[in-house]
Write a protein that binds this ligand. Structure first.
Ligand code: ATP
Ligand code: MG
Length: 424
């Protein structure tokens, strides 16, 4: 038997020309999530067909998808895709009220068994007007059938535990039950591309996740100060990217060797301004990468007031070096909320591994909390900013977070894009 998944997506944000892009990107991302969930072992002979039906995505899984447990796992995988509002397992029945009743009864039995539901309601839509019963007649007939087949259930039309959906269409009737809620948002790739500054900390992975949720393909960029921060610290960021990859396509991690810049700052800039100058250097490198990658925005895990470098003055002094918009998805979140989100999305456990981040190494005893742009510029006169940035950009390497391991450095050409954009 083949299985059907009905994937529902939000429609409010879908106006006019955005809609086909949204649907195409969503369908590609759902296919990717399913293929990943099936895994390399199950991929042989694996068939899945996606098509758009009545403002929803219908996925038909071949019998190789496996038994109920595997199919349940596939439902879960589809329900993690941004843009998805809910996923339900559906059955196809012949255009015959008896067959529809039977399908509804097995949906109901399944829900009693797995979720302990007590009450239900049948909701019928009938785009196929040649079906002999009207929607209310069909709903009543199916409801009676379910009551007979599953006597422990009763009807509740106001707040049922289970809504059994029936759609009577030209090619058959589709019957579905419990919907697994999705994360909402927009499919990754529907909003364009951005470069994210990702540390090994708790915040920036959450910021990346939130940017992905709004449909951005986020290219992760990490600044790495070997040997002050070791191989483990870099591996930690690779792992964070892998965890984020569970939610949608994440391009290769870019690692920028940052030791020369950091030691130059330490040796030549006034101590209280070190952090400000360091962040400005990061932003300059990030902007160069973003332009090479045709990614017209930066994303950071900055919040407001969390640490000295996150006062309004400080954020202003840092972002003065770039003309790109700087997105800070965490700006409205408290630390406790960020931690809760990090746990939910599976990055927290990686982030709290104890490997040093480059920024914690050169922290001044008394950082300037309200630096001005002029002070920062004066501090940078002791540096050969252009040369340092150029060298750092040239030295960027790529890492693939998957099991394939490391991919040798191929930047800064930025010519290849592993994630196609809408319209491509
Ligand atoms: P996080 O938890 O993301 O490390 P944080 O609260 O520790 O953030 P900071 O250390 O001030 O705050 O860093 C602010 C932001 O600067 C980070 O969220 C990240 O976007 C960027 N950043 C800091 N260090 C690095 C790094 N080594 N590589 C790339 N980006 C970095
Ligand atoms: Mg940090």
């Amino acid at each position: 038997m083949s299985h059907l998944l009905l994937v529902r997506y939000g429609e409010l944000a879908l106006k006019g020309r955005n809609r086909p892009d949204f649907e195409r990107v969503l369908s590609r991302n759902v296919a990717r999530a399913l293929d990943r969930a099936v895994g390399p072992g199950g991929a042989a002979g694996w068939s899945r067909r996606l098509r758009k039906v009545h403002g929803r995505l219908m996925v038909e899984l071949g019998p190789e998808a496996g038994g109920p447990a595997e199919v349940e796992r596939l439902v879960g995988a589809a329900a993690k895709v941004f843009g998805v509002v809910g996923v339900a397992l559906a059955r196809r029945a012949a255009l015959d009220i008896e067959a529809i009743r039977e399908a509804a009864a097995s949906v109901a039995r399944e829900a009693v068994r797995t979720a302990g539901v007590r009450t239900f309601k049948v909701e019928v839509r009938r785009p196929n007007k040649s079906f002999p019963l009207t929607s209310p007649e069909a709903a009543a007939a199916v409801g009676r059938g379910v009551l007979r087949a599953v006597p422990e259930l009763s009807v509740d039309v106001h707040e049922p535990d289970l809504r059994i959906g029936v759609e009577i269409r030209d090619d058959g009737a589709y019957v579905y039950g419990r919907e697994v809620p999705g994360p909402g948002g927009l499919p990754v790739g529907a909003s364009g591309r951005a470069v994210a500054l990702i540390s090994g900390g708790i915040d920036s992975p959450v910021a990346v996740w939130m940017a992905m949720k709004r449909g951005l393909v986020v290219i992760p960029l990490h600044f790495w100060s070997f040997p002050f921060t070791g191989e483990r610290a870099r591996q930690k960021v690779v792992e964070l990217c892998r965890a984020l990859g569970e939610w949608g396509p994440v391009p290769d991690l870019r690692v920028c060797p940052f030791t020369d810049i950091q030691t130059a700052i330490r040796d030549r800039c006034p101590e209280p301004l070190r952090i400000t100058v360091m962040r400005r250097m990061m932003f300059r490198v990030a902007e160069r990468l973003a332009r090479a990658e045709e990614a017209p925005a930066l994303v950071t895990g900055e919040s407001l007031g969390q640490v000295a470098s996150q006062t309004l003055e400080s954020l202003a002094a840092i972002e003065a070096v770039t003309t790109l918009p700087v997105l800070r998805p965490l700006i409205g979140l408290d630390k406790a909320e960020i931690i809760a989100r990090a746990r939910d999305i599976g990055t927290y456990e990686v982030s709290i591994q104890p490997y040093e981040d480059c920024c914690t190494l050169f922290v001044p005893a008394h950082p300037r909390t309200r630096p001005s742009v002029e002070e920062a510029e004066a501090a940078e006169r002791a540096l050969d900013v252009d040369r340092l940035v150029e060298e750092a950009v040239t030295a960027i390497e790529r890492f693939r977070p998957g099991p394939a391991g490391r991919v040798p450095g191929t930047l800064p050409s930025g010519r290849e894009r592993e994630t196609p954009r809408p319209g491509e």
